[in-house]
Design a protein around this ligand. Structure first.
Ligand SMILES: NC(=O)c1ccc[n+]([C@@H]2O[C@H](COP(=O)([O-])OP(=O)(O)OC[C@H]3O[C@@H](n4cnc5c(N)ncnc54)[C@H](OP(=O)(O)O)[C@@H]3O)[C@@H](O)[C@H]2O)c1
Length: 298
């Protein structure tokens, strides 16, 4: 198969040995694979794949067709359209995926959009719904709201009936983020944890940290946190166990797939690239100032 690999800090496409399905896994013939911030870190040697995931092929999400069933897999039809978060190996023509991590792609959703759905929407769902326990009528602040995870969180918040405030660094992207469901887009300075955010928290507020691209260290006034009984939690998806990832997929299936099918959630696509042009796709991601996902079409 053709696959993206990282060689000396560059992404290139090579002819690679096909994966074979382990127990409980299926092989997906990939039609589209999203590019994510973690891929760029992995390219720089800073975020190696966890044990059990292909060490040499990047790619945390994919869409495609079920092409082969591993031992013990039942209830999944060969040829069905699926998408999934994977711990690596998504940017290749074939990828082994645990059957419990598969999401069915709604008929109304294109392959390219499906290839950019799983990682951002699963991360946002885990943070906003599972950990944040967002409900209708609450207020949700999304930082980095023009990004892949951010634009997913904005849409999930709106779909659940929350009031969504979006912090967006690039003023040129603010109107588009409002169109996705934010009632207001604001400047990041005013909404950062080290800025004015703590003093604006509601009682029992939950702060969920899922990315530290802007820096992992800051000074906090814990008194302000105590005063409103607020909590701070962090989460990552990639390092979780197979069973924990199945629970994430179950939550997305239950809460989001109907909304995706009806068009209440969409995957904004900034640009698509052929697999051979993967280096250009990574460069576009790294350039920032974007709204929407960058997708490799196979
Ligand atoms: N915890 C997990 O499991 C998990 C899963 C997926 C992603 N992540 C992390 O979540 C973050 C977002 O991922 P993504 O795929 O959505 O990336 P993305 O598409 O690049 O989005 C990042 C957004 O944050 C903005 N931003 C970057 N640096 C900023 C700063 N210093 N101040 C204010 N805004 C800033 C960017 O704005 P510009 O366009 O202006 O640069 C962009 O809108 C990344 O850190 C990623 O590693 C974590």
């Amino acid at each position: 198969m053709r696959a993206v690999v990282i060689e000396q800090g560059e992404v290139i496409v090579i002819e690679h040995e096909d994966p074979s399905p382990g127990p409980g896994e299926v092989i997906v013939a990939v039609t589209a694979a999203g590019v994510n911030a973690a891929d760029l870190l992995q390219r720089r040697g800073l975020y190696p794949a966890p044990a059990g995931a292909p060490a040499d092929i990047p790619g945390l999400e994919l869409a495609g067709i079920v092409a082969e069933l591993g031992e013990g897999v039942s209830g999944i039809e060969l040829g069905s359209r699926v998408m999934a978060v994977v711990a690596g190996g998504g940017q290749a023509e074939r990828c082994a995926v645990h059957a419990s991590h598969l999401l069915a792609v709604p008929d109304s959703v294109s392959d390219l959009a499906a290839g950019g759905f799983p990682e951002a929407f699963s991360t946002a769902h885990d943070a906003v719904v599972t950990r944040g326990r967002l409900e209708a009528g609450m207020r949700l602040l999304v930082t980095g709201a023009a990004g892949g995870v951010g634009s997913a969180a904005v849409q999930i918040g709106r779909a659940l009936g929350a009031e969504v405030i979006a912090s967006v660094r690039d003023p040129a992207r603010r109107a588009a983020v409002e169109a996705l469901g934010a009632s207001r887009a604001v400047n990041p300075e005013a909404s950062s944890l080290s800025g004015g955010l703590l003093s604006a928290l509601a009682a029992e507020a939950r702060i969920l940290v899922i990315g530290v691209g802007g820096g992992a260290r800051l000074e906090l006034n814990l008194l302000e946190l105590m005063a409103v009984r607020a909590s701070i939690a962090g989460a990552t998806l990639r390092a979780r166990s197979t069973a924990e990832k199945a629970l994430v997929a179950e939550g997305v299936q239950r809460d989001l797939l109907g909304l995706l099918a009806s068009g209440a959630l969409e995957v904004p696509i900034l640009e698509t690239f052929a697999l051979e042009d993967v280096a250009a796709a990574y460069e576009r991601f790294a350039a920032g100032s974007k709204l929407g996902k960058i997708i490799l079409g196979l």
